[in-house]
Design a protein around this ligand. Structure first.
Ligand code: IMP
Ligand code: MG
Length: 172
C-alpha cells in the first residue's frame, strides 16, 4: 500500500521558523567566525535556507553519517561516512541537523566532533522529537518540537523518497 502523507508544517511555517532561528544564531555569533556543519543528507535543504537567512558570514562544512536506510527506527549503530575536511580546533562550530529523535546519532556526532577540540560546539535542529529520547542530547536551537510520527519532505526522506517536497508531512 502506498504511503499516505498528511501536511504537518507548511512552507510559510517553515520559512518563519528558519527566519527565527537565523535571527537568534546571527545575534549569538555576531562577533564570531562561525562554522556550520550540515549533517547529510537530511539537513541540506534546511541548511541552504538557514544560511540565506543569516546576517553574519559563515563557513559551511558537511559531515555524513550512516542513516536509517530503509528503516524507520534508529539502529543505534552509527558510522561516519564522510568527515569534515577542515581543522575545527579553536573554532566556533554549530551542527545543523534535520531531526533529533532518539538522540543516538547526535550524541555520537557530538562526541566525534568534540575530539577535534572546537572552542565551542552547539546544535541546531529543525525538528526535535524530545519525548522519543533514549539518550540525553542537547539541542541549542530548535525549530519545531513534535511528539511521535515519521516525517518527510524539506530534505527529509523515507527510503530516499520525498526529499524534494517543499513542506513537511507525516507518513502514515
Ligand atoms: P536519532 O539517532 O534517533 O536521533 O535519529 C536521528 C536521525 O534519524 C535524523 O537526523 C534523521 O536523519 C533520522 N530520522 C529520525 N526521525 C525521522 C523521521 O521522522 N523521518 C525521517 N528521518 C528521521
Ligand atoms: Mg539527520
Amino acid at each position: 500500500m502506498a504511503a499516505e502523507l498528511k501536511l504537518l508544517f507548511s512552507q510559510q511555517e517553515i520559512a518563519e521558523t528558519v527566519t527565527k532561528l537565523a535571527r537568534e544564531i546571527s545575534a549569538d555569533y555576531a562577533d564570531k567566525q562561525l562554522i556550520l556543519i550540515g549533517v547529510l543528507k537530511g539537513a541540506f535543504v534546511f541548511l541552504a535556507d538557514l544560511i540565506r537567512a543569516l546576517t553574519i558570514p559563515v563557513e559551511i562544512e558537511f559531515i555524513r553519517i550512516a542513516s536509517y536506510g530503509a528503516h524507520k527506527e534508529s539502529s543505534g549503530e552509527i558510522k561516519i561516512k564522510q568527515d569534515v575536511e577542515i581543522v575545527l580546533e579553536g573554532k566556533d562550530v554549530l551542527v545543523v541537523e534535520d531531526i533529533v529523535d532518539t538522540g543516538l546519532s547526535l550524541t555520537f556526532l557530538v562526541d566525534h566532533l568534540r575530539r577535534k577540540n572546537p572552542s565551542s560546539l552547539k546544535v541546531c535542529a529543525l525538528v526535535d522529537k524530545r519525548t522519543r529520547r533514549e539518550i540525553e542530547a542537547q539541542v541549542d536551537y530548535t525549530g519545531f518540537v513534535m511528539d511521535d510520527g515519521f516525517i518527510v519532505g524539506y530534505g527529509i526522506d523515507f527510503n530516499e523518497e520525498y526529499r524534494a517536497l517543499p513542506e513537511i508531512f507525516v507518513v502514515s
